[in-house]
Design a protein around this ligand. Structure first.
Ligand code: GN1
Ligand code: MG
Length: 357
């Protein structure tokens, strides 16, 4: 699909419509992403429009990426960290008509997958996210700004769900009755998390916060992990964010959009590969408390995502784009099914973790 982009956006980065080919790519729900192929050189770039109703302070993204990339350049210069290409004025982003745009280098000879079809892909991806956390273990996470305040704060997500529940219509409540009950019944996940908050060995770390498979670039021949992308939500968080979102998105062969719940099942070989990949980087860094919470990370994140989809359905779909009216409710159903699968396989899953530790 060829697209018309505001000429000013391209100009900010030193290009014009005449010397560039533009294609929209990517499957993310939040930002719009384009591939730019400058015709003059064998180079490609990714251009992204930052969704400012989600990222209310885009400068925080730029500041965080700058702080991290400076640190990595100094301490781990061999690491491939995809930092933004500055504008011709040296800015981290271009601001055009109150919209924010940033450009990133396109990494050649890599692929981004939308679904995992081999356990080794789970290993490679988990290893990449684990590696980023390991390399940033001594970086002071406290200097980063939350790019979305309370992003993975389950307490806040639960409050937002209650607010939506109190404000929604009886008709919506009726449609979502089972899922609302599910949401209330699983509140103990939040209580369980809170019971760990006093632990001193449960630090804030630098978390990616969006560890789905399409956010890892793999070598297009060998399928080895190359680097992670989509760095907008890099900010301080608990380790459970990254590992939990991998469980949410790698273990089932079908995505959150699958409506045939019989297909929502957990693939044990993918779990094992994912745990091995993650621990190949993080085993010696995780604290005792964190190790205790490995399986819990999946429960926390899947429950939170179910709450977020359900909340959005009750709010009239103001956050996640939908293709049909009850899609966010269906996504919530899917996530609650996934959660029940995690519980149903708990023993085997914990056994795999124990063996890997
Ligand atoms: C959003 O835009 P995308 O697809 O990378 C969301 C994630 C959710 C995900 C669910 C900033 O990510 O937190 O897990 O949708 N990102 C934001 O598909 O809200
Ligand atoms: Mg994202």
């Amino acid at each position: 699909m060829e697209l018309n982009l505001d000429a000013e956006v391209l100009q900010a980065f030193g290009y014009t419509k005449e010397n560039i080919k533009i294609t929209q790519i990517g499957s993310g729900l939040i930002n719009r992403t384009y591939l730019l192929s400058p015709l003059s050189a064998d180079k490609k770039y990714i251009l992204q429009n930052i969704n400012t109703s989600v990222f209310k302070n885009p400068a925080s993204i730029a500041n965080n990426l700058k702080a991290i990339s400076d640190y990595l350049a100094q301490h781990h210069p061999e690491y491939l960290f995809i930092k933004p290409v500055p504008t011709i004025n040296g800015e981290q982003m271009a601001e055009v008509n109150s919209e924010y745009w940033r450009m990133l280098p396109f990494v050649p000879d890599t692929v981004s997958l939308d679904v995992l079809s081999e356990p080794c892909q789970a290993f490679e991806a988990a290893k990449q996210f684990g590696k980023l956390s390991r390399l940033l273990n001594n970086f002071n996470a406290a200097i980063l700004e939350p790019t979305i305040p309370g992003f993975h704060d389950l307490g806040l997500r639960f409050e937002q769900f209650i607010l939506a529940l109190n404000a929604t219509s009886e008709a919506q409540k009726e449609k979502a009755k089972v899922q609302i009950d599910d949401a209330l019944e699983h509140k103990y996940i939040l209580e369980y998390f809170k019971s760990y908050s006093h632990r001193t060995d449960f630090p804030d770390r630098v978390m990616h916060h969006d560890t789905k498979i399409s956010n890892v670039l793999l070598n297009s021949d060998t399928f080895e992990g190359v680097c992670v992308i989509d760095l907008d939500t890099i900010m301080p968080g608990k380790f459970i964010s990254d590992l939990g979102d991998m469980m949410r998105t790698y273990l089932c062969a079908f995505s959150e959009n699958e409506t045939d719940l019989a297909k929502v099942k957990i693939r044990l070989p993918y779990f094992e590969a994912m745990i091995k990949g993650y621990l190949s980087e993080m085993k010696n860094i995780l604290t005792e408390t964190e190790k205790e919470l490995i399986l819990f990370s999946g429960k926390y994140i899947i429950y939170m995502q179910a709450l977020r989809f359900l909340t959005d359905f009750l709010n009239g779909d103001i956050y996640y784009p939908i293709a049909y009216p009850t899609q966010n409710l269906d996504r919530a159903k899917n996530q609650f099914k996934l959660l029940s699968e995690l519980y149903g396989n708990e023993k085997e899953l914990q056994g795999i973790i124990d063996e890997c530790l």
